[in-house]
Design a protein around this ligand. Structure first.
Ligand SMILES: [Fe+2]
Length: 419
């Protein structure tokens, strides 16, 4: 061995190996604030999904230019360049830069190849696909809480769900994306777990209570969550990045913020703000299906009390404006309620909102969860994570819950009332 090392050294190769090892180690342990290559490339929408796409990525603090080079997949020789904005975000690992570019005037139902960078350091190429014009059926993926002290299982759930649904239109996460919302390393693990998925399929997040937690388990403004995602700015001004809505195909999506206790210090009127906004939002929605997403469930499965303040404030609006399904997380179980109107559940379909708690996509389980009287279906995914596939067409809404191994937990569907 020593003789071989000596021979390598004498040929100059040993020095080369040492240099390469040192460079590799330096790159691996480079603090996030010094990274130059684009990292954590993510797709969302701020605007219309048929003609726009927002692309976000992260670098260290010393990269201020934000550029996207893109072109239709069928026409690779024709590419265009679009510039965007760079915003510095203070994290517990130093200052990083969040870059954002919104592509506009895209063709509906079209795939584009793109890469992001500063003009010198570029990402690899990725593909995005715009939404088709209204009228076409689509399906999207919905994941329950992904939080944990490791994101390996979240990666497995996400990647397996994606492999089985490569033609899904986009994905959503119901909140508690990470366990410690003010911890950069957990976010970095979360984004890295999505590599190859969230750079080709938009992710529309819902904010959870864990997004407001610090490494000392204190409450703070969720500045990493709101700093990392670029979302529609049509919610209340005080709740930008947390409350918003968008349309895709025949469905209207309304996303709410249930963190009343955590955020009261900064936004004491947040429930009233959301009530007023939701009323206008739902009244103005002209899609066949109305879907609401809120992290804490209005109809919970914890042994302790639920969030009656949310229920009292929001359920009447869901009923008045014919919301079809309200999706939640937080309890780490899968549960589907009977349709509920004015606090009473019924076997009839089509008479009121159905409340679905989506389960868990990460490693955290909740063994003490209990089935409740309002549950038409209850399943506690203690042994493996789960995910949902939601199919939307102009006449039908279908929700399927799958275990990670592919077994079906629940299937529920609703046929549209004809006008
Ligand atoms: Fe939660």
């Amino acid at each position: 061995m020593m003789l071989r090392l000596l021979k390598l050294f004498t040929k100059g190769k040993f020095l080369w190996v040492v240099v390469m090892l040192a460079v590799g180690l330096a790159l691996y342990f480079l603090p996030p604030s010094l990274i130059l290559l684009p990292r954590n490339v993510t797709l969302t929408w701020m605007g219309e999904p048929t003609t726009t796409q927002t692309i976000t990525w992260q670098t260290g603090r010393y990269s201020s230019r934000s550029q996207v080079e893109y072109g239709e997949v069928t026409d690779k020789l024709q590419s265009a360049m679009r510039a965007g904005t760079a915003q510095q975000v203070a994290t517990d690992r130093g200052i990083i830069t969040v870059h954002s570019v919104e592509l506009t005037d895209l063709k509906p139902g079209t795939s584009y190849q793109y890469r992001v960078g500063d003009g010198l350091f570029w990402s690899s190429y990725h593909t995005l696909t715009t939404a088709p014009v209204q009228g076409q059926a689509f399906h999207f993926l919905l994941f329950g809480d992904s939080q944990g002290n490791s994101y390996k299982l979240w990666q497995r759930t996400l990647q397996i769900a994606y492999e089985r649904n490569r033609d899904a239109a986009f994905m959503m996460n119901i909140g508690d994306l990470v366990d410690i919302g003010l911890n950069y390393d957990q976010w970095d693990d979360w984004f890295q777990a999505g590599h190859g998925v969230i750079d080709t399929m938009a992710i529309m997040p819902v904010m959870g209570n864990h997004e407001t937690y610090t490494t000392e388990w204190k409450i703070a403004e969720p500045l990493l969550c709101t700093g990392f995602f670029r979302l529609p700015k049509n919610g209340p001004a005080a709740l930008q990045g947390k409350v918003y809505s968008f349309d895709y195909g025949d469905a209207h999506f309304s996303i709410l913020d249930s963190q009343l206790q955590e955020e009261a210090e900064w936004i004491p009127e947040m429930l009233t703000l959301q009530q007023e906004w939701l009323e206008r939002d739902l009244a103005g929605a002209n899609k066949r299906w109305k879907l609401v997403f809120i992290h804490r469930p209005l109809y919970h499965n914890r042994p302790s009390a639920g969030d009656e303040d949310l229920r009292d404030a929001l359920a009447p609006l869901f009923e008045r404006y014919d919301v079809d399904v309200v999706f939640s997380g937080h309890d780490h179980i899968y549960a589907r309620s009977y349709p509920i109107v004015r606090g009473k559940w019924t076997d009839e379909t089509g008479v009121g909102p159905v409340y679905i708690t989506t389960g868990r996509s990460g490693k955290k389980t909740f063994a003490r969860a209990q089935q409740k009287n309002w549950n038409a279906m209850f399943y506690n995914p203690l042994e493996q994570p789960n995910y949902l596939v939601i199919e939307v067409s102009d006449h039908n809404l279908q929700i399927k819950a799958f275990k990670l191994n592919g077994e079906v937990i629940d299937t529920w569907s609703k046929t549209a009332k004809r006008n």
